[in-house]
Write a protein that binds this ligand. Sequence first.
Ligand SMILES: CC(C)(COP(=O)(O)OP(=O)(O)OC[C@H]1O[C@@H](n2cnc3c(N)ncnc32)[C@H](O)[C@@H]1OP(=O)(O)O)[C@@H](O)C(=O)NCCC(=O)NCCS
Length: 211
Amino acid sequence: MSGFAGKLREEFAARGAGVVISTPLRIVRALGRTRQVWFYTQPVPTSGKTSKIEELTAADWPRLMAEESFPWRHDTGASGRLHEGARLFAWREAAQLVSFGWVTHGPSLLIGELGGRVEFDQPVRWIWDCVTPAAHRGRGFYPQLLAGLVALAGDTRPVIYCTRENSSSQRGIEKAGFVRSFTITEHFLKATHRPGPMPLQYHYHRASQPA
Ligand SMILES: CC(C)(COP(=O)(O)OP(=O)(O)OC[C@H]1O[C@@H](n2cnc3c(N)ncnc32)[C@H](O)[C@@H]1OP(=O)(O)O)[C@@H](O)C(=O)NCCC(=O)NCCS
């Protein structure tokens, strides 16, 4: 026996009648759990400082992997993103790379935090998986990186997102001049949507729907 039924049987053997009480509670908790992602955009065109932005390519990878503070040092799959068309940028301050962000140009992106895909009618500039290494946090490098990435986007609309829980990211995103565009909440059985002050037209495909 495998899956949920198998696990239940194992737990019943280990914990007896306690399972009868705890299992419905766990199901109720799972049904009530939600994942919420906030999406932001900016009006275009825009300008900003780009001189401290550096693009990192596959040629830089061996050097980056040797750096203690490189956020994807232990993520062997990260370099594969470059082959899938994503680009990695960093903000340079006093000869150090202090904040990093991935950029993908295209109409749609799989939002891992939701497990679904957001799609626009036009290509946008997705900014995702940004990291400021812990030693450099709280010094405003992230908003500077974001403002620089927006300036690089030219006429293409920039879109960035983060989870409801990530207040550090929300503050950085807002400091860079982004405005909430829409919110998607994944419930157990459905997704709900709420527009923000700068709404955009989009489609959302849940993991169970074809892209
Ligand atoms: C979110 C993140 C990129 C912000 O980077 P940053 O360069 O520190 O950004 P800022 O300096 O503008 O700080 C943003 C907010 O982070 C918080 N912060 C400040 N110092 C911090 C520290 N040492 N550690 C954690 N958070 C801190 C503050 O709320 C700050 O806002 P405030 O200055 O208005 O109080 C960084 O915390 C990080 O890499 N987090 C882990 C990965 C992540 O969550 N990425 C975002 C995915 S959307």
